[in-house]
Structures are given as C-alpha cells and as structure tokens.
Design a binder for this molecule. Structure first.
Ligand SMILES: [Mn+2]
Length: 468
C-alpha cells in the first residue's frame, strides 16, 4: 500500500523534529483531525501548539507565523499549498482530503495521489488517524475520532462509510473502540427524547411527523411506546428490541402510505457507529451525535471547546459543549414554532417566510429545511427564508429537496445568477439543494420576482431537454 509507506515516511520525518503547531479547520472533521494530530505528537513527546481557523487565507499566515517551528495543517492546505510552501518551506506538513492544485510538496499527504477519493472515502480525521498509527500503533484508541470526522463530513451518505473509511471501521471494531450496528439512522438516538427524535428528522423527511410535535406524540401512543420512564424522557437507546422493531416497521409503513419512494425509505437504515468506551448516555458515544456536538461548538465560534472534547475532556469543556448544543436546539425549536404560528407564503415556484428578528440568520436555513415534511409546505417547491444580518442587510437561505433536482432546480445557481442580475453588493451561491445570499433590504421585492423567473427558467430548460 503506497499510501501507507508515504505516511510512515512522514512519521519518520516528524519524529526527528520538535515544536509543532497544528492548524485545523473549525468543523467536526477539522477538530477531530486536529485532536488526533495533537495527541499523536504529544504522545511522541513533542511540544505542540494549536490553532483553529474558519477559512485558510494568505492573511491567516500572519496570525500563526510566530507560533512555533514546524506547521501541520489538517483538513485544509491542499488548495493553499502554493503560499504555505512559500512561507514555511521544509517546515510545512499538510494532511488534507480536499482536491489538490498543481503545486507539490514532499510533506503533503493527499489520498488522490493513491487513487483514493478524498470526497467520499476518507476524511482529514481518517488521514490523521492512519498517520497516528504510523507514529505508534497504540494510537488505535483514536479510531472513534476518525469516524466522527468522516460522519461529520457526511461520507456515510450511502448508508455507511466506504473505502478507506470502512477499513478504519474494521480496525476500530477489532480493537473494541468502535461498535457497528445496522439500524435506524435517525439522528439523536442517545440525546433526543423520542418525540424530538422523529420531529427533527429531515433526512428523510417523515411526512406529518417532521416538525409536528402533536403527531409524533400520537404516533408513539398508537404504537404503545411510553415516552417517559418515571420522570425521565426516554430516548431511542432506552427502547427494548421489540419497541425498536415496532418503531422501524411503523415508520416504513408510514412513508410507504405517503408514497415515499423506496430509495428514500432506505435512507432510514444503515450503519450506526457507537463507542463502547464512552458513557452510553453521552453524545460522545455515537459518531453522528459527537460530530454534531463539535459542529454546534464551531458554529458558535467555540471550536476550541470542540477540540478539547475530542482530546478527551469530559469535565469543564464537555459541559460547555453540551450547553452550546442545548442552546442550538432551543433556537431551532423556537424557530419552528415561530414559522408555524405565522405561516408560510406561497409563490408560483417557491414558498417563503420572513423571520424578521425572530430567527437568527445562522440557523434560519436549517429551520427552513425542517419545514419539509411538516403540514406547512409540500415538497413540490423550494423554500426561501429571510432573516437579518447584524449589519442590517438581509440573509436569505434556500432549501430544496432531492426530488426538485430532478425537475431541474438548482438553488445555488439560481441564487448566484439572481445576485449577478441585481448587483448592488449582493452575493450568493451554494449547493443545488442548500444555498444562501446576502442582499440589501430594499432589493427584496426585485429579488423575489427574479427568483421566481429564474426557477421557472430552470424547470423549462429541463423540460425542453426532455422534450427533444
Ligand atoms: Mn473535512
């Protein structure tokens, strides 16, 4: 395995050096990769500093230049290799899974050099973990973190981790640090009360259960599943095997009765990665929940809290992280309540609502996405949410479903093109099913009209292609 000898070569080189700075991205993959790297270096007796960065720009270098001697970049660096190389020369190491440029550096590790797809088969945390094993086989206990990053980067989108990631799953389960289960993949099996477990499901949307608390309560009642044990709200982990089976079956039947296609129903099930060495009541005991905990911290500018938790803190920083996550959920619940109370407007080609000052711009897109599956909107059109940025401009978030892609709709492209039309400092873009933009408040009417036209164009174009 060529990738392995490259990593062991890098391990040899790093062992001969000292005084490192680990620079990592602020999301779940970046934080877990950073934590693995710091641990591996510390355990080898090295002096290590660290720094998280939201985006790595040339200007970032000025903030880190004086921090140490050798610089290790994880979860970014491939795209920025030219100026990193110029600045740090031989003192640079890059462990990244993003696409490369033409620039090369002998201390850069890229999975693409070995025919491994960095988008789907390995994350930065996975690379850091495989490197850590080359430093010392004892670092096998860091396998859970490798999976937290992979799942955080949604590399399990097919229902399970694949490629090099699946080899890490295997190493983790052989050593007892990871347990793989096949089952319901809804998020929050450890930390969400049963009602929220269904109510917040967006992938897949559960018709008339997602974002509908009353229906969820009724759904469990009809199944004879108790929501509480004594004073404690039960969660999925508390259910007996029979209750779990009953719940799975009922969900399949429900989706089926709403004509949800088979492939979407399949999304409900797949591999779940849990960590037996953690407290089983903690979000740190399951990959998806652990990664969400990290992302909640990162989103609030607290990636330092996330990496401390990744490095093993289960006291002060851990409780801080739990608070951040609870706050995040409280805001989501309030957001949904607000929209439910005030309703959603409908245009020919999209739904929309104006959250005013009531929903933060950082979460308004998530709230919008959660409305699919609620009784408020159908899945036949995108939904657009309007919120306020701190500087008084509007933040507009859009969400669409995968079915709408089939109709030819691409929100990111629509947002980009509408912004180009409007000008006036507006900028936007994103993915086909999730996009955002910034707009001056007096341009909202023209934006709404242009968006309608743009989506109509996208649909017509697709139909035109089909017609020929
Ligand atoms: Mn990543």
């Amino acid at each position: 395995m060529e990738w392995k000898s490259k990593l062991s070569g890098l391990a040899r080189r790093i062992k001969a050096l000292d005084d490192f700075v680990v620079v990592h991205h602020y999301d779940a993959d970046g934080c877990s990769a950073g934590a693995i790297m710091c641990k591996a270096l510390q355990r080898a007796g090295k002096r290590v500093g660290r720094k998280w960065v939201k985006q790595l720009y040339r200007e970032t270098i000025a903030q880190i230049r004086g921090m140490g001697t050798n610089f290790v970049f994880v979860d970014f660096g491939s795209g920025q290799l030219a100026y990193l190389k110029e600045e740090f020369g031989e003192r640079l190491f890059v462990f990244d899974h993003h696409q490369k440029t033409d620039v090369v550096h002998e201390n850069q590790f890229s999975p693409f050099d070995y025919g491994i797809n960095g988008g789907t088969e390995i994350s930065a945390s996975g690379i850091a973990f495989l490197f850590a094993l080359e430093m010392d086989r004892k670092n096998i206990d860091l396998a859970p973190l490798a999976l937290v990053g992979a799942v955080g980067d949604v590399q399990d989108f097919s229902g399970k981790l694949i490629g090099l990631n699946s080899q890490i799953v295997e190493m983790g389960s052989k050593s007892g640090y990871v347990k793989v289960e096949n089952g319901l993949r809804l998020y929050g099996r450890v930390t969400r009360p049963l009602v929220q477990f269904l109510m917040y499901s967006t992938s897949p949307m559960l018709p008339e259960l997602t974002a509908n608390e009353g229906n969820c309560v009724k759904f469990y009642r009809e199944l004879g599943i108790e929501l509480k044990k004594g004073e404690q709200w039960r969660n999925y982990n508390d259910l007996s095997l029979d209750e779990r089976k009953a719940l799975s079956t009922a969900l399949i039947l429900r989706l089926n009765s709403f004509n949800v296609p088979e492939w979407k129903i399949q999304e409900l099930f797949g591999e779940v990665y849990t960590f037996p060495h953690e407290n089983q009541k903690s979000p740190c005991s399951e990959a998806k929940e652990f990664s969400t905990l990290c992302n909640a911290c990162g989103r609030h500018g607290m990636a330092d809290v996330a990496i401390e938790v990744c490095m093993g803190d289960r006291e002060e920083k851990y409780f801080e992280a739990l608070d951040l996550m609870a706050e995040h959920r409280r805001q989501l619940r309030q957001g949904i309540e607000h929209v439910t109370k005030n309703g959603v407007m409908e245009e020919e080609h999209y739904y929309w609502f104006d959250a005013g000052q009531e929903i933060k711009e950082s979460i308004v897109g998530i709230v919008a996405g959660m409305l699919y599956g609620s009784a408020l909107i159908e899945t036949n059109k995108p939904i657009i949410a309007i919120a306020r940025n701190e500087d008084g401009t509007l933040k507009i978030s859009g969400r669409a479903t995968k079915e709408l892609l089939e109709k030819g709709i691409n929100l990111g492209m629509a947002f980009r093109e509408v912004c180009a039309d409007i000008g006036d400092g507006s900028e936007g873009g994103g993915h086909s099913v999730a996009a955002g933009l910034k707009l001056n408040a007096d341009k909202i009417e023209v934006f709404r009209q242009k968006l309608n036209e743009k989506i109509a164009e996208q649909i017509a174009k697709r139909n035109g292609i089909r017609g020929h």
